[in-house]
Design a protein. Structure first.
Length: 386
């Protein structure tokens, strides 16, 4: 196991009726900017619960943060933060709203020439404007980590950012909110969380026995509850386990002391930026091809995954590893998630070359757990995913 340091300062408030505890977490005399997405929180009652909890707090609202938090939209919110002397941010939404809030947290205190430099220059944020979250869509784990991904529509880019200053101070997780989430978004959330675990697990044996079993338990839980959540999003036992699995998938715990991959996300982000495909679905497109292309380097963990998660006991290491990939594809398909780029767009020709060129221009010359996948190899993986 590798050396590591681990600190996660986010306070989690989990369970039924948790939103009413919001007022206890906002500093007294704070001037709050309430951030949310397309307005679904006004239809499902979450907005009313939040406003009730903040009835004694000064609140300014900013809605309309899109599914892939868009830089130009966030700049409008940044202007409000500065002109209204906002002292606290509250994200009420899923990963996109929370990611957008993290960008605003960093940008509010950033003194450089352009806030985009935070992303383009990969600037690590040591201190941001304080913020909390009310999670409405489990998927990204952004409610308990310090990372974010922001889209810039005009340049068709989707870049990541982070730093220790971007952990939420608190996150409220009430599984009852899942009852109003459309099936497509539930499927996306399950797929997103599942792939988050795979990115930190599907590398090579590194002696992280406990981390492996943590990861496997999250995968097993998602597999178990997925059909229940899709069938009945009011099933509290299933949705509470789903919500907590999504958070645990990317709060930093399972990645300590072990290698991480993240090449799937890097390629997937480009597909979202180019075509607007849902983030989770781009991961499902890339993952099978990535594992097949890198089969020799990953087959030991693939076989372990097959044995422990999918109960594949017959055959050689290679047999189990290949079967594990197919089981993963089948799982995505059962959720209604297509796993080929051509099922999302007919304009896919040339995509692999564009992504390869972008990796080269950004200096991403070696990605994956070994930092050995070149842009040319990335191009081959994307072509396999057509």
């Amino acid at each position: 196991m590798n050396n590591f340091q681990f600190k996660n300062p986010t306070k989690i408030i989990f369970g039924k009726g948790s939103i009413e505890k919001l007022a206890n977490e906002i500093p007294e005399h704070a001037k709050v900017l309430l951030l949310y997405g397309g307005g679904s929180i006004k239809k499902n009652g979450i907005y009313d619960q939040v406003k009730m909890a903040l009835s004694n707090t000064t609140v300014i609202e900013f809605g309309g943060i899109p599914a892939n938090p868009e830089y130009e939209v966030l700049l409008e919110a940044l202007e409000i933060i500065k002109t209204e002397s906002i002292s606290y941010l509250l994200a009420v939404g899923g990963g996109s709203v929370i990611d957008g809030t993290k960008f605003l947290s960093a940008a509010a205190l950033y003194e450089g020439a352009s806030p985009w430099n935070i992303l383009s220059d990969n600037i690590r944020t040591e201190k941001g404007l304080p913020f909390g979250t009310v999670l409405t869509l489990p998927a990204t784990g952004s409610e308990m980590n310090s990372g974010a991904v922001i889209t810039r529509k005009e340049t068709q880019e989707k870049l990541s950012m982070g730093g220790p200053g971007l952990f939420p101070e608190f996150s409220i997780l009430d599984p009852q909110v899942i009852a109003s989430i459309p099936e497509r978004q539930l499927a996306n959330g399950i797929t997103d969380a599942f792939t988050h675990v795979l990115e930190q697990y599907m590398t090579y044996p590194a002696g992280g026995l406990l981390q492996d079993r943590f990861a496997e338990s999250i995968l097993q839980t998602l597999i178990e509850v997925a059909p229940k959540v899709i069938k009945d999003p009011t099933d509290y036992e299933a949705t509470s386990n789903f919500m907590w699995s999504c958070t645990m998938a990317l709060n930093g715990l399972i990645q300590q002391g072990v290698p991480g991959d993240w090449a799937i996300h890097m390629m997937g982000h480009e597909l979202t930026a180019l075509f607007g495909i849902d983030h989770a679905r781009t991961l499902a497109v890339i993952a099978p091809s990535h594992y097949k292309y890198n089969f020799e380097a990953k087959k030991e963990k693939l076989a372990q995954y097959g044995e422990r998660v999918w109960n594949i006991t017959e055959g050689s290491t290679d047999d189990k590893a290949y079967a594990a990939i197919e089981k993963t594809v089948d799982f995505f398909h059962e959720l209604g998630i297509a796993t080929k780029l051509s099922e999302y767009t007919k304009d896919y020709e040339g995509t692999a070359e564009i992504i390869s060129e972008r990796f080269t221009s950004r200096g991403w010359l070696g990605v994956g757990e070994h930092k050995s996948l070149s842009p040319d190899q990335v191009e081959e993986i994307v072509k396999m995913a057509y």
